[in-house]
Design a protein around this ligand. Sequence first.
Ligand SMILES: [Ca+2]
Length: 465
Amino acid sequence: MLWNEPEPMVELRLLKEPNPRTEQALLNEPKLKVELRLSKEPEAKTESMLLNEAEPKAEVRLSNDPEPKIEQARVEKPKSKQQQLDDIKKFKKALSEGDHHNIIDLLTKRSKMARLKFRQDVEQSYNDRSDVTKSGRINLIELVKKKLKGDFKHLIVAILTPLPTFYAKELHRAFKGLGTNEDAVLEILCTVNNDQLRFIKKHYVKKYNRELIDDIKGDTSGNFGRLLESLSSSERDECPYLDIENLKAEDRKAMVEQANIDAQALYDGGVKRWGTDESIFCQIMCQRSHIQLRLIFEEYIEVSRRSKKEDPNNNEYEDLVVHENRKSQTKNQRVKDVIRTVCRLKSVSEEYNSGYEKYTIEAAIEEEFSGDMKNALLAIVESVQKKPKFFAKQLYRIIKDMKSTIKTRFRTSIRDVIRIVVTRCEIDLDDIKKEYDTKYGSLADAIKDNTTGSLQEGLLALIKE
Ligand SMILES: [Ca+2]
């Protein structure tokens, strides 16, 4: 639930007290929208609990809501003990012989959870010998790094790494060296929830011996830096509801009222005034829950349409009224007035036909901000509204940048594509692929055009092509 994002409506009733959910469990939870009824708060999760934890047994009952689409998980048939042993043997052989096809086959047909378990099993099989000393124990990631090369190595390391560690590595990579890959930092900070972010930050400290916030402060400045700091603070409100449609009427009323206040504040702090009150944008965008933000964006359209009409300086509509009292005017003047009115009517009807675009929060951000701040606020809005669409766009931009001979952005590479494919796999990768295919042409073709050999085979296997 934490790492794999919600879609469907399910009510989950626990048959027994849940064990505290471990990091491992968080990483691999089934992708179901669930309502957990806990009789008491789970105990704090500790590192030592992580290893031996089983997920709570649960009885899953579908609610009356129509069953929403769930991304087809990589369900595999349970394997017999012998098949498991065969797979381990096959994997070790493939790794030692550099048989990339079998490595891909053995890893990409497993779910994330099964993959991490498989990694443990393979390591155990290497280390389960009496003559293995503690320092001689094999870590599969280290072994993969020695045996494989280039971006294919990065792909295999990525899919064998637990998500919090992988996210921490990607953030570190974005900050490392000169400059910063702001797009990658934004992508991660905008698309993980508070709990995930806490794990990522914990792993960041563990791995790099420094706080994520220190790297953010060191590499960014001004309002943009403060925005990233806020996003990384894990202080976004979290709403118990997973979607607007599921709000209870009285809760919805209160949330809409608050959304209206926030939308008005955004309008007053942006489009309405001279200059921009950036802090109000940062505050609302970084603190409100995603569902609340969606309501705010809806309300914003209403607020800005209404305000625009009421604005005394806006004579667009007044001018539509053809005044009777033109007796003192010359014939020529009246003809001019009629022409002017017809032109205005035309522009109003064009505006009507162009819909709501100019009243949206995106339009306000485009108008009020530039550079990093504009990108950051748009990333928040887009990721809040529809994540698959956000990721499809992100993939498109990365792939376009990779092809471009002019390096407009910082170090964009196939590793950014790897990050999205690996992190969204089993969450919404199918939807991302659909969005991409509809809007930008085939994702599979884009991958084929920009990769070769085993890397291409591996990425295509992950997007199920
Ligand atoms: Ca302004």
